[in-house]
Design a protein around this ligand. Structure first.
Ligand SMILES: Cc1cc2nc3c(=O)[nH]c(=O)nc-3n(C[C@H](O)[C@H](O)[C@H](O)COP(=O)(O)OP(=O)(O)OC[C@H]3O[C@@H](n4cnc5c(N)ncnc54)[C@H](O)[C@@H]3O)c2cc1C
Length: 336
């Protein structure tokens, strides 16, 4: 029996770990190692909407589209299953609006995937008082449900979980046949990969059950209703290393969201939250045989750098990572 280790218990690590169990039920045991779990991960605070930004990139346009197709299919299957609510996955419709930027109305990465994508009607634009806009139906995944769902699935299939901080991936050499590196921003240190950069995001989580549709204004102002709360955002501050709540960001986010949907002024604030989107110009999904000064080597499959799109894209990049693990273990590829 081969032994595979997944480092990282965010959405990318947990998706990879459960897909590995599905693909290698009789050929590998899977261990998950991380220093943070559930509410302490970046994944926990994400709005979780399936809306790829046009800067989301794999190693080629074809790879990117494959990841997105696989991811949408994965979440679509959950959303139509009995487990949808437990897993925190549901369809959602809404608007992206702008007064200045007509290009926000098109999204060639998303349009082929979703069941409905159209320009706003004149009546809708008049109602909201914007010049440009589009309306579509997509999926959203609330990680506060999805991470526990995946964790339960992983444990019930015999997966082993270890809480541990790694100073180096070398610590795993000699213990596992292959390691999947799903450490998000942590990969900057573990792989000395300086192209991983935080994009700081601050949000409110509020109770406002009357909000049923998502609303974006020029991307930076957004209102995304989940199962248990609505996420109000946000900020996208490149290379900003603060994890403190910034009171000026709070005021600006609140003001912009209430201007977009005035009834939000009555929403009860549950939490304010800050996280770093682990941005890398090209999301890294690839094999590497790491060689250390000690003479030790380690087979690694990287799966990190998803930026602002790690929830929605995790199944597609993780299926890719699983195929690379199968290649490194030299076992036949099971169909996922
Ligand atoms: C405000 C905001 C809104 C967002 N909205 C969306 C959205 O609507 N849709 C979307 O798809 N995405 C969204 N994102 C992006 C999404 O949150 C990230 O892309 C995703 O969470 C990255 O997941 P991850 O598993 O790679 O990283 P993380 O969730 O950060 O997990 C990393 C894991 O690696 C472990 N780790 C790291 N280093 C080490 C180490 N040295 N030793 C041991 N363990 C280690 C950590 O403990 C953790 O378990 C948003 C992000 C923010 C900040």
């Amino acid at each position: 029996m081969a032994s595979v280790c997944v480092v990282g218990a965010g959405v990318v690590g947990l998706t990879t770990a459960t897909l590995l169990q599905e693909a290698l039920p009789d050929t590998a045991s899977v261990t998950l190692i991380a220093d943070k779990f559930k509410k302490d991960t970046t994944s926990d605070g994400a709005a979780g909407i399936f809306r790829p930004g046009l800067q989301f990139q794999g190693s080629s346009a074809q790879v990117t589209r494959q990841w997105l197709r696989d991811s949408y299919g994965y979440f679509h299957d959950i959303s139509t299953s009995e487990e949808a609510s437990t897993a925190g996955v549901k369809p959602i419709s809404g608007f992206i609006l702008s007064s200045k930027n007509p290009s926000i109305t098109r999204n060639p990465l998303l349009e082929p995937l979703v069941p409905e994508y159209r320009m706003c009607t004149d009546q809708e634009l008049q109602l909201f008082d914007y010049k440009y806009g589009c309306y579509f139906t997509t999926l959203m995944t609330e990680c506060r449900r999805f991470l526990p769902y995946l964790t339960d699935q992983f444990s019930s299939r015999g997966g082993r979980v270890i809480e541990r901080h790694l100073e180096s991936l070398e610590q795993l050499a000699g213990h596992f046949d292959v390691v999947c590196n799903c450490t998000g921003y942590g990969a900057r240190d573990l792989c000395a990969d300086l192209s991983v950069t935080p994009i700081r995001g601050q949000v409110f989580k509020v109770r406002a059950p009357w909000i049923k549709n998502f609303m974006y204004e020029d991307y930076d102002t957004y209102i995304v209703p989940g199962f248990d709360y609505v996420t109000l955002g946000g900020t996208r501050q490149f290379d900003s290393h603060s994890l403190e709540i910034d009171k000026y960001d709070s005021m600006a986010i609140w003001d912009r969201c209430v201007r977009l949907v005035p009834s939000l002024k009555d929403a009860e604030v549950i939490q304010e939250w800050v996280g770093w989107r682990p941005y890398r110009p090209v999301v890294r999904v690839e094999k590497e045989v790491m060689a250390f000064d000690s003479g030790k080597t380690l087979k690694v499959v990287h799966n990190y750098g998803h930026g602002g799109y790690g929830v929605m894209a995790s199944p597609g990049t993780s299926m890719h990572a699983v195929r690379l693990v199968q290649e490194m273990l030299d076992v036949p590829r099971a169909k996922l």
